[in-house]
Write a protein that binds this ligand. Sequence first.
Ligand code: AQP
Length: 342
Amino acid sequence: MAETGAHARRVFSGVQPSGNLHLGNYLGAVKRFVEMQEEDYETIYCMVDLHAITVWQDPAQLKTAIRELAAAFMACGLDPEKSILFNQSQAPAHAQLAWIFNCVARIGWMNRMTQFKEKSGKNAEASSLGLYCYPALMAADILAYHATHVPVGEDQKQHLELTRDIAIKFNNDFSAPGFFPEVEPVIEGAATRVMSLRDGTKKMSKSDPSDLSRINLTDDADAISKKIRKAKTDPEPLPEALSGLDGRPEARNLVGIYAALSGKGAAEVLAEWGGREFSAFKPALADLAVEMVAPIAGRMRAYLADPGEIDRILGAGAMKARAISEPILEKTYDLVGLLRSA
Ligand code: AQP
């Protein structure tokens, strides 16, 4: 592994630049990215623009969305001096390795992916082929760096299991034991699945048509407070124990968000709030959310005032990313038997 620059504790994760980065992305993924940057890991974080185009993106908007996501990453605390930050399309090994993995993965494996079913809806035949084989590109993103740890929200668990299956099959097919590592999903924190504020059974999502369903990282204090005030709840007071959240998805979600933002456990939140009405809990939650989220938007605006600097940071990050991923791709091509002339 040394010849391909493997790191004992290398983190890779990505976020799609598809607009509206929200509290779910923050609590489920980006907050953990920042923590891991400060721990004993080499950290690589990517704006996965090739994933974003699996559904239609307006080309001019996409460039803006990539810069906005870079600004959001940095506004949340990612530091280009400590982490490699870049957009996926600037490191060609992702797409090249994805092709190899398309040839390793089985159609039956892809057919089991629930995210494709959710995203393609009733009209799967009209979805892009890219959306269907999205998980092979995601496996390539991770394995092109021999990453060992992947912080993600709960919704990505199945894709990470597929990444492991692809690594195992490749290593077996090409007699290369241990070449691609079996990655560890890092699904941690009090809010690995933040739900919509309008429907506690649906995950908070960028593509939800209702803006009231999510707290965007660009929302100001008024918007955040309004969305929490209007969040769907049930008429009962908060329960005293966790078991009392069963069958109450909206209550569970708001308690989970409060716990994640305050750094407390959900049981602790209920010990404090059990028996009290949502009319008292919601303003406290709104204050907490404003305190944590509103400053991010201000910092984002400051980064976005200098788009040239963002492009420079992403270019420099891409150079570092290529330096790691290209030797791994070359070794992969060699294992597969693809001729490389000098
Ligand atoms: N609701 C969520 N709760 C916790 N974590 C979440 N993540 C996404 N939604 C939630 C995590 O955020 C990271 C980046 O996700 P992504 O933007 O690459 O893709 P996604 O999961 O498809 O996010 P969205 O918001 O649902 O986007 P759309 O609507 O465009 O599909 C991932 O680690 C994800 O787990």
